[in-house]
Design a protein around this ligand. Structure first.
Ligand code: ADP
Length: 160
């Protein structure tokens, strides 16, 4: 069984993330989202909420799992017998950071290779921060997230 880890903050999951997961599911037998708990990004949603939203938004993709972690991704990959890590690449500016992470993760866990998947052009300008900013100002985010995520964002911003 070829297992791939998809690490990130996913605060919340959006269609750019879903697109990468859909395409990864054609290459691997199982995708495990690794949700960063102690993210420096100061998440709006708790790790459990982010996991719930990931599982709901990816129900159409076979064999998806999601767990939180506050440890090293290289160790998480080892615990789950993963052969690869997948990351989305939006801009050239993402490359330097991703290259450094991929090299470090390979040093820490020789059994894992990093795949950098180029984002679909529709989602190049999408990130979780933009989604939250637009939702907060009551803008239309229906093109960027699934209905469940939209509902939860509206709920968060109407009852902060
Ligand atoms: P963000 O908060 O910017 O959405 P995350 O930490 O949740 O970022 O990202 C997790 C992974 O998803 C990273 O590999 C990131 O490059 C990728 N990703 C983020 N946004 C997109 C997008 N719009 N299209 C494809 N991949 C993306």
């Amino acid at each position: 069984m070829r297992i791939v880890i998809y690490p990130g903050t996913f605060d919340p999951i959006h269609r750019g993330h879903i697109d990468i997961a859909e395409r990864a599911s054609k290459l691997f037998d199982q995708i495990i989202f690794s949700v960063a708990v102690n993210s420096e990004k100061n998440p709006l949603f708790s790790a459990d909420e982010r996991i719930e939203l990931i599982l709901e938004s990816t129900k159409h993709i076979p064999n998806v799992k999601a767990y939180s972690t506050d440890g090293l991704i290289a160790d998480f990959a080892r615990e789950h017998n993963a052969v690869a890590l997948i990351r989305g690449l939006r801009h050239v500016s993402d490359f330097e950071f991703e290259f450094q992470m991929a090299t470090m993760n390979h040093h820490l866990n020789n059994d894992v290779s990093t795949l950098l998947m180029v984002t679909s052009e529709h989602y190049i300008h999408l990130n979780s921060t933009v989604v939250k900013d637009v939702a907060k100002l009551k803008g239309d985010i229906s093109k960027y997230v699934t209905q469940n995520v939209m509902d939860r964002l509206l709920e968060k911003f109407s009852n902060p």
